[in-house]
Design a protein around this ligand. Structure first.
Ligand code: 6R9
Length: 715
């Protein structure tokens, strides 16, 4: 940290926005500067003036306090901004983070009695937000929408909470939630929290996961179907199949509460199991609109989120109540420079941690107005996001690089307009600029490193060069943001997540676990604990310790690679297993991908390492691993030999000859999870032609792309 503080201190002497306009222009023009590291994008004076953290000085002052006195820093926030039925005991935080000193233990605000649903709803209503819009819901089909004020939301939450109690759900019981982005999803999460039940939300419900659940759920909450783009997806069928599997493993579900999503599928067409299945609309509205809160300890579990580990059993990441509450609310507030008048839209699904922390809890704890969108971001066409931004006057827009790149690929020119109504409303025009977007003031990115070229497009085209981008680095395990820009506080560098959030001490270590100082790259770890950290892997504390605390004793190991530049900015280089070793050069896949994507005709790239001897196409020399790049192209651009050469040349020029891909594999689409992460595990198998070892592809957003890729492998 001393190192980090020194860097920020030197940065504190940088001028803020003033006088930097010409530099900013150079950045806007997209001039490929010699090094990304020297690319500063300064916030405007106007933005900084109104920002919660207006300068590096202010950040530094708060950051120092958060590190020197974490207990004082966090308890100050916890007691002034949240309701506690009873205050925590003598110790704000009690922890052991060193496996050599015994079991890993993290506790914050232990003995404090509270309820996160109360803090999201009742507390804000008491503070005068009863009639403020809590949720705007936008359907997949343009023109269909709904909204709820804070008091209406509380009523809905209480009705469901009462129903759940009536069927026997008690404090500590697990509830499985498999709902699309309807208002009923945050309602369900909040209702569980209100009665102390532990929700476990899924994006996908492959039976492989259900059969391995340790939490012995009795209730599943789902809906019959959802519309995503032109497709109708029958969720209830998926649930039914998963429940058949789980029954074989001794998990019997008593109640499957099913919301009838009428716009997608009518109830007559839904398969039904009498005695187990119940229509939400038939029961929930009959219950009272008030419901007493179940007061819980700060360390009582709030939710489980199963993340499909790359191998073996899924990991049940467990978050508890108090620390998570304080952390998500505080990170949301500062990283998005939140103001009461903001309208916030995060495109993430609630089945991803991003939806937990930054669709539901973080924003609601701040009394924010949140947009929930059911559908596909490019439906009916690639302008939909900006249509929604204009419709609701969205001020903070938070999304993933994968979406930014795909919208960038669809081009600024409208080339295919798929819907008649849209064609009439918007005769061929730019997908982005046909909308005003002037409400936007802060943009956000999460999930992967955002390539500098995608960053610039997001910044210049979407944000009109006006809106800072919060490139938030964090994980399911961390609960909330860890390394993130604070908008307006300091200049950004496109592609860098910048500096740690308050209370977070990132350290970069070498193979031996020794902390390295100054300009360096290595394994990213975290020293000390922060309130939002996960407390265990459900039912497997041993695996928690082995995976996260044993690799570098004394630290939490993130599994990510990271470098720190001369100005102290952090650059995430991807998962450390995504490092390729070519003739002794360690190359992060993210670096090569970034270079490829900076080519004007390349939309997206995924790079994997392959053993040289197994590849027919390899050059004769033995380089250890070869670099195999999958690329998707900007819409309308044909793949050609000339383009292949020019892509390779781009990488040579930007990184060096040693990083030039040995093989370019043209791909119409890439295999991704629903949260937008490229599944490199599958690409590695395709690259090394081990096609019978593809493994489970059921968690892919579009499993069809795998066949396409295989078909194109040797063309
Ligand atoms: C929130 C979330 C965590 C992994 C993480 C890292 C990658 C997320 C990033 C990022 C670079 C960012 N990641 N945000 N890499 N820059 N802004 O994504 O959680 O699904 O658990 O994934 O995602 O590799 O370790 P989760």
């Amino acid at each position: 940290t001393t190192n980090h503080l020194r860097h920020v201190e030197s940065m504190a002497s940088l001028p803020s926005g003033a006088g930097k306009i010409s530099h900013l222009n150079a950045v806007i023009l997209g001039e490929a500067l010699a090094s990304e590291e020297n690319d500063f994008v300064f916030p405007s004076d106007d933005f900084s003036r109104q920002a919660l953290i207006p300068s590096p000085h202010k950040y530094l002052e708060m950051y120092k306090r958060s590190i020197e006195d974490p207990a004082g820093f966090w308890s100050g926030i916890a007691s002034s901004q949240f309701y506690w039925k009873q205050k925590w005991g003598d110790q704000v935080c009690s922890e052991n983070l060193d496996v050599r000193k015994g079991d890993i233990k993290i506790e914050w605000f232990k003995g404090g009695i509270t309820n996160i649903c109360y803090n999201c709803l009742d507390r804000n209503i008491d503070a005068g937000l009863a009639d403020k819009i809590a949720l705007y819901w936008e359907s997949n089909e343009p023109g269909f929408d709904a909204h709820l004020t804070y008091s209406q939301l509380l009523h809905r939450v209480c009705q469901l909470a009462n129903y759940l109690k009536s069927i026997g759900v008690r404090k500590g019981d697990a509830v499985i939630v498999y709902l699309p982005m309807l208002m009923e999803l945050p309602i369900t999460m909040l209702a569980c929290a209100r009665i102390g039940a532990v929700h476990s939300v899924y994006i996908l419900l492959p039976h492989k996961i259900v059969e391995k659940l340790d939490c012995k759920p009795k209730v599943v909450i789902t809906c019959n179907a959802v519309r995503r783009g032109p497709k109708t997806i029958n969720l209830k069928d998926i649930v039914d199949a998963a429940l058949v599997e789980s029954a074989k493993n001794g998990i019997s579900i008593d109640v499957c509460l099913t919301y009838e999503n009428q716009s997608a599928l009518k109830r007559e067409s839904t398969k039904w199991q009498e005695g187990r299945d119940v229509w939400w609309e038939d029961v929930v509205p009959k219950y009272p609109t008030t419901c007493d809160v179940e007061w819980v300890d700060a360390e009582d579990p709030l939710f489980l989120l199963y993340t499909s580990g790359s191998t073996g059993k899924p990991k049940g990441v467990l978050h508890t109540t108090g620390g998570y509450m304080v952390y998500t609310a505080t990170t949301f507030k500062y990283a998005f420079d939140y103001k009461e008048s903001d309208v916030y839209w995060c495109t993430a699904d609630c089945g991803w941690i991003t939806g937990h922390s930054y669709v539901t809890y973080g924003p609601m704890l701040n009394g924010a107005t949140v947009v929930v969108y059911e559908g596909a971001p490019n439906y009916p066409d690639s302008g939909r996001c900006w249509d929604i931004v204009d419709k609701y006057k969205v001020t903070i827009f938070y999304t993933a690089p994968t979406l930014v790149r795909s919208l960038m690929r669809d081009g600024d020119e409208a080339s295919c307009i798929s819907n008649l109504v849209y064609t009439l409303k918007y005769p061929v025009q730019n997908y982005v600029t046909r909308y005003s977007r002037k409400s936007l003031r802060v943009l956000g990115s999460v999930g992967e490193p955002i390539n500098p070229s995608a960053w610039r497009w997001f910044f210049n085209v979407v944000g009109g060069s006006r809106c800072p981008i919060s490139d938030t680095w964090w994980q399911t395990e961390t609960g909330g943001f860890m390394i993130t820009p604070l908008p307006g506080a300091w200049p950004q560098k496109p592609g860098s997540a910048t500096f740690p959030f308050f209370g977070v001490q990132p350290v970069i270590v070498d193979e031996k676990g020794t902390e390295i100082d100054g300009e360096c790259s290595g394994y990213l770890c975290v020293k000390g604990s922060w309130p939002g950290a996960f407390r265990t892997l459900y039912g497997d504390h041993e695996r928690y310790e082995t995976t996260y605390f044993r690799p570098f004793p004394g630290y939490y190991f993130t599994g990510d690679g990271c470098s720190r530049d001369k100005d102290g900015y952090h650059w995430l280089t991807g998962r450390v297993d995504d490092v390729i070793n070519v003739s002794g050069h360690r190359i992060g896949t993210a670096e090569v991908e970034s270079a490829l994507v900076s080519h004007p005709q390349c939309a997206e790239a995924a790079v994997v390492g392959v053993e040289h001897e197994v590849i027919k196409w390899s050059v004769a020399s033995v380089k250890g691993q070869g670099i195999y790049a999958f690329v998707t192209l900007v819409e309308g651009v044909p793949y050609s030999e000339e383009l292949r050469k020019s892509l390779i040349l781009t990488v040579r020029n930007q990184i060096g000859a040693f990083a030039a891909p040995d093989k370019i594999h043209w791909a119409p689409g890439l295999p991704k999870t629903r949260s937008g992460k490229i599944m490199r595990r599958i690409l590695r198998k395709i690259a090394s032609r081990q096609l019978d070892e593809l493994g489970d592809i059921s968690t892919l957003a579009e499993p069809g792309v795998v066949d396409q890729l295989i078909a194109l492998a040797d063309s």
